[in-house]
Structures are given as structure tokens and as C-alpha cells.
Design a protein. Structure first.
Length: 268
């Protein structure tokens, strides 16, 4: 097992020298079973495995844009919006985590993604983990940015309180995006998805992952305390932990270049 590390990324990322090669994000729609799945994508980058960014509870793919734009200089980036999110169809009910993973796998098949690096945030980490365990040949590596749920806080009240306490260090531009996305999803979707997130026992899934995995947490992320990030990393057969300085639960939005640098170093 790879040793658990505690690297902290605080300064600017000087290794990202290809920012001028950023690719435009284009929107597409794909029919997957009974639902139309909306997604953003960039142009292919020959010789590399694409990245699939998996969003968290209630939000759309918009909050991935800053990171996707930086990473697009190195790899093709896909940002799907699962049913009930963003511009995708509404399922009429919140999906359980395993079903979200199944929909994501079917979507990958429909758009021609045989293998990919999955990058999840929050609930998206749980979806990515489920897919990595279910179909390991399709997942070359995992990046878990703010993985939920900390077993020490498995209740709606504790999760909401921790999320609120994690908000101050986030970039101000993130707030209107989250508010608009939550309003679009609606309270029924949010409540159902939160229950599904809490029912899913991620601590039982982590030891079954075979793909190399990077765990990322923001320095001020109260949803994912340092103790839980370290435990989650230790549960992984091949895990590494990196902390992003001066960031909260959405480090990928507030500190995209630092997160991109950590991802690039991990992927080599």
C-alpha cells in the first residue's frame, strides 16, 4: 500500500505552463435510457486518458468550469450532469448512489468513453467510487475532492452545519451558482439526494477500490475534517492525501490552479 502522505498545496502552481492551450467547453445532450443527460466537454487530447468530473449534491456542472478550463490544456474533460441536475432531465425522484453510478457508466458508454479518470466532489466522490468498484477496467484513476460522508457526522443536521461552516473561504462567485442550482433542483430533489448520500456507506466501499486514488481536501473544509480524510485515504489500497491550502469544500472552484497542479502531479 502506498504510504499516506500529508502534502499541502498553498502557493500558486508554477508547473501549469500550458494554460494558453485551454480548450473551449461545449455543451452536448445524450439520451441514456429514459433520461437526456446534459454535459460539457472539451476537445480530445491525443495520447491521454480523458477526465470525467462528477458533481455533488444538487449542483450542476457549472461549478466545475474553473478547474475544467485549466485541466483542458492537458486532457479532454467531460462534465456530465446527472438526472435532476443542471440541464439534464428530472427523474421525479432522487436516485440512490448505486443507480447514479449505473447512469454514469451508461452515459460513458453512450458518449464513447471506454476508460477515464474520474474526479468527484462531495457526493460525486461516492458515485465515482461505486463505478470504480463496479467496473474497475473503466477507471484508470480516481480523484476524490472532499469525499463524503464522514461516519462521525452521518446526519442531515451535521452535514448542513458543516457545509455552512465551510462556506467562508470559498470564492464569492460560487454562492450564486449554488443557490441557483439548488433552486432549480428543488427541495424534494435535495432532500431525497441528501438521504441517499447518508444511506451510502462509503467506508465500506473504499477498501474495494483497485484504482490509484488521490484524496483532496481543502484546509478549511469542515464537511471533510482532516481526521476523516486521513482515515479515508488509509482505507484505500492505493491512496494518497493532498491538502489544498486556504480552501473549503469546493477547493476545485475556489483554488482551481492548485487543485489542477495536484491532479497533474498525481497522474504524472
Amino acid at each position: 500500500m502506498r504510504p499516506v502522505t500529508g502534502e499541502t498545496v498553498r502557493g500558486g502552481v508554477t508547473s501549469l505552463t500550458r494554460l494558453s492551450r485551454r480548450q473551449a467547453l461545449r455543451r452536448i445532450g445524450t439520451r441514456v435510457g429514459e433520461w437526456r443527460i446534459a454535459a460539457l466537454r472539451t476537445a480530445p487530447v491525443p495520447g491521454t486518458v480523458p477526465l470525467v468530473l462528477v458533481h455533488g449534491l444538487g449542483v450542476s456542472g457549472r461549478y466545475w468550469r474553473p478547474l475544467a478550463e485549466v485541466l483542458s490544456a492537458y486532457r479532454q474533460v467531460w462534465v456530465p450532469e446527472l438526472p435532476g441536475h443542471g440541464r439534464s432531465d428530472r427523474p421525479g425522484r432522487a436516485l440512490e448512489v448505486p443507480l447514479m453510478a449505473s447512469v454514469l457508466a451508461d452515459w460513458m458508454t453512450r458518449v464513447g468513453l471506454g476508460r477515464a479518470v474520474l474526479v468527484g466532489n462531495s457526493l460525486g466522490c461516492q458515485v465515482a467510487l461505486e463505478l470504480a468498484v463496479r467496473d474497475p477496467d473503466r477507471v484508470t484513476a480516481l480523484v476524490l475532492a472532499g469525499p463524503t460522508v464522514d461516519p462521525a457526522a452521518r446526519s442531515a443536521g451535521k452535514q448542513i452545519l458543516r457545509l455552512v461552516l465551510s462556506a467562508p473561504p470559498e470564492h464569492p462567485a460560487l454562492y450564486p451558482i449554488v443557490v441557483a442550482d439548488y433552486a432549480r433542483a428543488g427541495p424534494r430533489q435535495i432532500r431525497g439526494e441528501l438521504r441517499a448520500m447518508l444511506r451510502h456507506r462509503v467506508e465500506a466501499v473504499l477498501p474495494r477500490v483497485t484504482a490509484p486514488t488521490l484524496v483532496l481536501r481543502g484546509q478549511f473544509d469542515r464537511v471533510v475534517p482532516r481526521a476523516w480524510a486521513e482515515r479515508a485515504t488509509a482505507l484505500l489500497p492505493d491512496g494518497r492525501l493532498v491538502e489544498i491550502g486556504f480552501a473549503g469544500h469546493a477547493a476545485h472552484y475556489s483554488r482551481p490552479r492548485r487543485v489542477a497542479g495536484a491532479v497533474q502531479r498525481f497522474l504524472g
